[in-house]
Design a protein around this ligand. Structure first.
Ligand SMILES: [Zn+2]
Length: 96
């Protein structure tokens, strides 16, 4: 990787290296409850990704915790599927 050619959004510090450009962390923080961290990444091959790490406080009770996990997984599936669809080229309509 040519370190002289960072992307405009690259953090340009220790995070950038090992074949990848990495943005500073974008953090969503709900103190005491949840935290999500997103990093934009460009690999040595030129492919770009959003890397997301999520940490959520679970309820003390096992049943409530499991309900939270089920809800979280459903929401994550929806978010990931929506983001993946947005990355695809739009289908062209016939006759327009
Ligand atoms: Zn860089």
């Amino acid at each position: 990787m040519n370190r002289e050619q960072h992307t405009p959004w690259c953090g340009r510090d220790h995070r950038c290296g090992l074949g990848e450009h990495r943005s500073p962390e974008i953090v969503i923080d709900i103190p005491g409850h949840a935290r999500a961290v997103l990093v934009r990444v460009r690999t040595a091959a030129g492919r770009e990704h959003a890397e997301v790490r999520v940490r959520v406080a679970l309820a003390a009770g096992e049943l409530a915790a499991r309900r939270q996990l089920v809800g979280l997984l459903g929401d994550l599936r929806e978010a990931v599927a929506r983001a993946a669809l947005t990355a695809r080229p739009r289908p062209r309509r016939a006759g327009r």
